[in-house]
Ligand binder design. Structure first.
Ligand code: AMP
Ligand code: ZN
Length: 477
């Protein structure tokens, strides 16, 4: 069975067909960095990390982009409250996000763009929407013109009339239609602002994802994901903006994926309801991988209830997996004997059969709950072999270890004591090379500096020298 994904655009499961063979352009909406993220927010970060890993396991070259929203009303209010700048607030919580996400085994995105570092791209996208006749300027604000966009509502499957019935024009908004939404907001006293063709101001929330997605992935991408609360209005607005800007007739996104809510006492966990637990607090109390296990033990689209018992069970699950791994390591030192009467062919056949089932589960709209069940069948098979045989052949240990490692590379719920991710190692290596190049340039050793630039270019890493230092990014696929 090849990969099928539930596409919210069509409302059904569809075979996954990438735009470019062997490649996947994947954008996931990231956090607003005004506070620590909570356990509900952690759900999309974890489940879409696993989808990304599964696609990579299947041989796709994935470019994964997840943004940081570092300017919006919440950022401005919190910065005022803390008496710091919006930029200082963003720096703090981006660092805190990375710390918690690393602890949860979430691979860093290939690109993690920030809205405030893409103001020219945002302005350019808005200009295109205006010139294509889908936005208008109103006293320094710019609004998307819903009446010019008949497709509006096609993602959330609601018609314009029903949507209009629920929409209001808030005081201070200078729009024609209650559903029109701001692409650009005119400057207000005490708020950060940037120059634009419409006067000083700042971007609306939705436009950043359209502008940054287009910059790093192009105008037509394979997968876009986020929590189900983002479907309307955020993703509906993103689709309208991106398609209105590109004017290519191509859809902005081929597959829209949304995770279900994490609930607490049957209510959505959220900052505004005050019923939240930060991921930081959860991982101070429970092993981080238990939280990850917990999220993956349900299908990503189903709602999931957050309970202490659920987390404790997940922690017990992680412990069982780790014990299997350490028993295996221990036995491989003491009980390895190639003269054993163990039937390795039968064992390998059983592993293969389970592996097929694992792939089937992951390919079925990446059903991690079923995949974890199969991982436990593997653990049972290994444990039984260890229990029933005093000596086992080397092949048994190699096959068992490889299987556990392979599944762990996808699910990330076993872990190891020396668990530094490959990606972090690579990031560190790139940053060391950049530091060496900066030093070489200071010493006017341009031969070495060019050598490093070319070496990185050959690996698909592009350098950009800015007044703040050298930045790097991965080449577009
Ligand atoms: P935010 O920082 O509020 O934009 O949220 C970041 C991500 O978390 C978005 O994809 C949201 O849809 C998602 N999210 C927020 N609350 C929950 C929840 N209770 N359950 C699942 N996902 C959530
Ligand atoms: Zn977004």
């Amino acid at each position: 069975m090849s990969l099928v994904l539930f596409n919210d655009l069509s409302g059904k499961k569809e075979p996954f067909k990438p735009i470019k063979e062997g490649q996947v352009r994947f954008y996931s909406c990231g956090p607003t960095v005004y506070d620590y993220f909570h356990v509900g927010n952690a759900r999309p970060f974890i489940v879409f990390d696993v989808l990304r890993r599964w696609l990579e396991h299947e041989g796709y070259k994935v470019t994964f982009v997840q943004n940081f929203t570092d300017i919006d009303d919440k950022m401005i209010h919190r910065a005022h409250k803390e008496n710091i700048t919006v930029k200082e607030l963003a720096e703090k919580f981006i660092a805190e996000y990375n710390k918690d996400a690393d602890a949860l085994g979430i691979k860093r995105p290939d690109v993690a763009p920030r809205a405030t570092e893409h103001i020219p791209e945002i302005i350019n996208t808005i200009e295109k929407i205006i010139s294509n006749g889908h936005a208008y300027i109103s006293e320094g604000d710019v609004y998307f013109d819903i009446q010019s966009w008949p497709k509006y509502g096609s993602l959330c499957k609601q018609n314009l009339e029903d949507l209009e019935a629920g929409a209001r024009i808030s005081p201070g908004e200078k729009k024609k239609d209650p559903l029109d939404f701001a692409l650009w907001k005119a400057e207000k006293p005490g708020e950060p602002s940037w120059d634009s063709p419409w006067g000083k101001g700042r971007p609306g929330w939705h436009i950043e994802c359209s502008a940054m997605s287009s910059k790093y992935l192009g105008d037509n991408i394979d997968i876009h994901s986020g929590g189900v609360d983002l479907m309307f209005p955020h993703h509906e607005n993103e689709a309208a903006q991106s398609e209105a800007a590109s004017n290519s007739g191509k859809p902005f996104v081929n597959y829209w994926l949304h995770n279900g809510f994490l609930l607490i006492d049957s209510e959505k966990m959220s900052k505004s309801l005050g019923n939240f637990l930060t991921a930081r607090a959860a991982i101070e109390k429970y092993p981080p991988l238990a939280l990850r296990f917990f999220m993956l033990s349900a299908h990503y689209r189903s709602p999931i209830n957050f309970t202490t018992e659920g987390l404790e069970q997940a922690a017990a699950g992680v412990a069982r997996l780790r014990n299997c791994k350490s028993d295996l390591d221990f036995a491989s030192r003491k009980r390895k004997n190639n003269d054993s009467d163990f039937d390795i062919n039968k064992f390998n056949d059983e592993l293969k059969e389970l592996d097929e089932k694992f792939s089937e589960a992951m390919n079925d709209d990446f059903n991690t709950a079923a995949a974890i069940g199969i991982l436990f069948d593997v653990v049972y098979l290994i444990n039984t072999s260890l229990k029933e045989h005093e000596f086992l052949p080397e092949e048994f240990f190699i096959a068992s270890k490889n299987t556990l490692d392979e599944y762990d590379k996808i699910l990330g719920i076993i872990g190891s004591d020396d668990a530094e991710t490959e990606h972090d190692d690579e990031t560190e290596e790139i940053e060391n090379l950049i530091a060496e190049r900066t030093q070489a340039r200071k010493e006017k050793n341009f031969a070495r500096s060019d050598e490093i630039r070319n070496m990185l270019k050959a690996r698909g890493i592009i350098l950009e020298d800015t007044p703040q230092g050298t930045k790097w990014k991965r080449e577009l696929i």
